[in-house]
Design a protein. Sequence first.
Length: 394
Amino acid sequence: MSDFTQLLRPQNFDDTVGQEHLVAKTSPLRVLCEKQVLGHSFFYGPAGSGKTSIARIIAHTMELPFYEFNATSLKIEQLHKIFEQYKNTLQKPLIFIDEVHRLAKNQQEVLLPVMENNTVLIIGASTENPFFSLTSAIRSRSMLFELHAISNTALKDLLQKAISLESLEMDMETKEYLVASSGGDARAMLKLLEFASHINRDINIKILKSLRPSALQAGSSESTVHYDLISALIKSIRGSDENAAIYYLARLIEGGESADFIARRLVILASEDVGNANPQALTLTTSCLTSVSKIGFPEARIILAQAVIYLCASPKSNSAYEAINKAIEMVKHENVLEIPEHLKPRAQGYLYPHDFGGYIKQMYMTKDLQFVELKGIGYEQKMKEWLKTLKNFR
């Protein structure tokens, strides 16, 4: 039986499935490659999106010897051996390094001189944005290209090609499940198809579900997905869309995110985005954090869901967030104000508000500044009215 991933690996840009922004005839990557002037480049994107395949196509198009490594097992001696082999030749090799974000600092330092003099072409790939882990010297000498998950339409085209090449049988429902459950990962789809074909040439959905009971999910431990999902959750809550928020919460849970991390972000949101419009939100989310840390999954999912829905349904105010940011900005960049003498310890002249019914007007800052602007939303409206009443008090 054929290795489907090798059988269907594209041999040129035109054969590539998806990534039109990189492989189209007028795309910058392809133009530079076909003009033989492509520089050191780094690819990042989801698993199975074609990073290695595009690197091989570049080597083929530019007629460069291709060396493939993984950063987790790459040894510096291996690199030195290749550098020495091509030292006095007109040919330069393409060194492809997968999981490039895992390169150690000493490995990056070895690459730097050959990147500088262009005696080799370095192509790196990662599921995470590698520019966060690479040194500034390497970043300044290279380009960054992002790949996207393969669309279902493109996966269907690839699947049909595989079915035709291997003379397989499959009904429409089975095809739909195979594509939909692969999560934009072409390699995952082809591997499942390959394993299923070993069981029966006439593949049905029962066979597929016995091998893959549920759809693939990108683990939230992968940096880009991790930040995308938590960002989507926070923004959905901020926008009071309870259904979107619950969906992203489910994605985080299924992606393996810890209950503690999610709950901590909800506590922050309770102050930053709900604030004094509903002060109870901070109490509830703090209770959520304590509860999930003691209970854990799977039951913690219910507690998190309750907190998320509560936050979605709460009135929103970011007045506390804005106030502290304004004050910190002033403290950082402007002259520090003197503290009035009567506010210092053991000073004379301080008026104790409780002796005056709870409020007495006196100077607390040597300059009249305003950082807090209450929004008049939810409970914050009452706070605004109360402060106004106090300050009009004579």
